[in-house]
Design a protein around this ligand. Structure first.
Ligand SMILES: Cc1cc2nc3c(=O)[nH]c(=O)nc-3n(C[C@H](O)[C@H](O)[C@H](O)COP(=O)(O)OP(=O)(O)OC[C@H]3O[C@@H](n4cnc5c(N)ncnc54)[C@H](O)[C@@H]3O)c2cc1C
Length: 280
């Protein structure tokens, strides 16, 4: 095929990204840095995702976990749960992964300037929130209190533990809790919403970014509302089975919305009526 007849990378045509480096975060989760095919890296906003595949193993949506303020490799943090994610996590430096994107509506980091911002993450949910944390800290002076409330199943499942210390020193108040732990764990034990009661913030001027398993998000938002935070100031990132990423196939439908186009980040007040319908 003459070069001019080859499809150019775009929303429907993946581009080859080579694995530049790889770091194991937990027993089943890796962070991969991917080099773009040309000079130009991928511009993205915090909360956006790509559709990514290892050859022959299927394409899946994965959030970008890198720094939106820094040019360089594309960063993804992936938990191996099935065929596609296991193949991505197995990819060795030098191997090529196919990537389309970025897609989706981002965390509204500029819109919430002037607010106290609570970033609330459960498990792998910290990965899609990492770019938002980095963007908030890059303009620290524009916000009131910045809090990260982060929960994992056990201490060995926590992500980015070294970075949590650095974020603390840059002005993020960090509280971590685990569902269960041995006697060596000196931190909180219990579910994430419990951290909200201990946190110090002004509910009248607070915004929250929430990402984690859906049940965790529902309880978290319930607790935020009891604390006086308006659902219009709460944002959640939704995960649904997704195939095309570009609003053509309808697999990720949520009520009248498509998660790939209208999400993954939604204002909770737009979302909650659909979440009340079982199995939707
Ligand atoms: C917008 C978005 C962003 C995401 N970001 C990340 C991320 O940053 N890191 C990460 O590790 N994962 C992320 N996921 C989840 C990831 O896409 C799924 O884990 C992946 O599709 C599973 O594919 P698989 O072939 O490995 O496993 P499968 O064999 O397809 O599934 C394994 C298990 O995961 C469940 N599952 C499959 N697809 C999804 C899905 N899209 N959402 C939730 N559960 C699913 C299945 O029901 C099954 O229980 C994201 C999903 C979405 C929609």
């Amino acid at each position: 095929m003459p070069a001019s007849a080859e499809a150019q990378p775009g929303p429907m045509v993946p581009a080859p990204f080579a694995v530049a480096s790889k770091r194991q975060e937990t027993a089943d989760t890796w962070t991969l840095e991917l080099s773009p095919p040309g000079e130009q890296g991928m511009n993205f906003a915090p909360g956006q995702f790509t559709m990514i595949s290892a050859f022959g193993a299927g394409e899946v949506p994965i959030s970008i976990s890198g720094d939106p303020g820094r040019a360089g490799p594309l960063v993804h943090t992936v938990r191996a749960v099935g065929l596609a994610t296991a193949a991505i996590c197995r990819a060795a430096p030098g191997e090529v992964l196919e990537v389309r994107g970025p897609f989706g509506r981002p965390w509204p980091v500029s819109e919430v300037e002037g607010s106290d911002v609570l970033v609330i993450a459960g498990g792998i949910g910290l990965a899609p929130l990492r770019p938002a944390i980095l963007a908030l800290l890059a303009r620290r002076e524009r916000y009131g209190r910045l809090l990260l409330l982060y929960g994992g199943r056990s201490p060995d499942q926590l992500l980015f533990t070294e970075e949590l210390e650095r974020w603390r020193s840059e002005g993020l108040e960090v509280a971590v809790s685990v569902d269960s732990a041995g006697p060596e764990w000196l931190g909180h034990v219990g579910v994430v919403p419990r951290l909200i009661a201990r946190a110090s913030f002004d509910p009248a001027r607070a915004a929250a970014f929430v990402c984690g398993p859906e049940v965790m998000m529902r309880f978290t938002v319930g607790t935020l509302r009891q604390a006086g935070v308006d659902a219009g100031n709460v944002y959640g990132s939704m995960e649904r089975n997704m195939q095309c990423g570009i609003a053509h196939c309808g697999h990720c439908q949520l009520g009248p919305t498509l998660v790939c186009r209208d999400g993954p980040v939604y204002r909770w007040s737009e979302l909650e009526r659909w979440l009340r319908i079982r199995e939707l």
